[in-house]
Design a protein around this ligand. Structure first.
Ligand SMILES: [Zn+2]
Length: 74
């Protein structure tokens, strides 16, 4: 899966959120009601996406949700 942009960062804390975005996209999966197990996990459909991840924060800053958007190509 190729993401554009290929790196996601919290603008406030400069925490690297790329891994979290990838995880969120994998969890999301394809927008279908069911998946066929024999085929295994299907790659998410390509196109624009928007996911909400949790920035871990820094120092005294508490974790907070952050919306990341971009496009993906399987
Ligand atoms: Zn943050």
């Amino acid at each position: 899966m190729v993401l554009n942009p290929d790196r996601y960062e919290c603008p406030e804390h400069h925490a690297d959120l790329t891994g979290l975005v990838e995880e969120a996209l994998e969890d999301q999966g394809p927008p279908v009601a069911f998946r066929r197990p024999p085929l295994g996990r299907r790659a998410p459909a390509d196109g624009p996406f928007k996911v909400i991840v949790t920035c871990p924060g820094t120092g005294s800053a508490a974790p907070h949700p952050l919306t990341c958007s971009g496009t993906q190509t399987p």
